[in-house]
Design a protein around this ligand. Sequence first.
Ligand SMILES: CC(C)(COP(=O)(O)OP(=O)(O)OC[C@H]1O[C@@H](n2cnc3c(N)ncnc32)[C@H](O)[C@@H]1OP(=O)(O)O)[C@@H](O)C(=O)NCCC(=O)NCCS
Length: 220
Amino acid sequence: MGAVPDHGEAARVVPTANRFDRREHPLNPDPIWPSVILETDRLVLRAFTADDVDDVYRAANDPVTQRWVPLPEPGRRPYTRSDAEEWCTVIAPHMRASGDGQQWAVVIRDTGEFAGAFGLVRTLWRARTTEIGYWTAPWVRGKGVATEAVAVIARWALLEQSFERVEIKAATANTASRRVAEKTGFLYEGTERSAMPLHEGRVDLAVYGLVRADLTHSDS
Ligand SMILES: CC(C)(COP(=O)(O)OP(=O)(O)OC[C@H]1O[C@@H](n2cnc3c(N)ncnc32)[C@H](O)[C@@H]1OP(=O)(O)O)[C@@H](O)C(=O)NCCC(=O)NCCS
């Protein structure tokens, strides 16, 4: 296994006020992720706000984003400003409240520039497994932002939230995303056939996994 990059992130986890708590979801049997800001030397991962709408609208309409992430939903295009508003103010905040995951807007620490959307999705609380999904803004690509953000999220989930396994699933032809998984120490475990609908049709997904032992062994 490749070394798991440690950007010095684990120590800097800032709890934030919970916008939602379980009392709003009495029928939800699952816990919810704690609301936190994650930080690395270069990045801040914080909750989406209405101020992110313009950046999300622009980045989500990028052809490469649209090729690999079927926003707002498979086969429905274009991605409108109203889709971006709904993402920033309703969908992303609700994901935490539902227990399914947590979404972060990634910004460059020094400039405050919006850099992408990263999140945990499809969390299985009993199995203590979850999945990282992401896209970066086209104006920051190729600078290691995705690698750095994925690394801090995976380490937080495995080392500080007692999760056992984090997955990344990328279309088999999505070389950049697969490279991000490999660079962050995830192991390729196999391919799920016809596993995801994109705008242009269904694709196979390359499955990558990182388990807690991968980190604790590489840290020792
Ligand atoms: C995948 C994505 C998030 C990567 O973001 P990023 O910030 O540019 O990623 P990084 O800079 O950390 O690393 C990207 C790696 O992929 C490589 N890469 C980028 N584009 C590539 C391409 N077309 N073919 C091959 N490798 C590519 C880079 O060279 C780099 O690897 P290296 O450091 O070994 O050179 C970004 O390209 C993106 O948002 N794509 C569209 C949405 C998407 O695919 N999301 C993931 C869905 S699973």
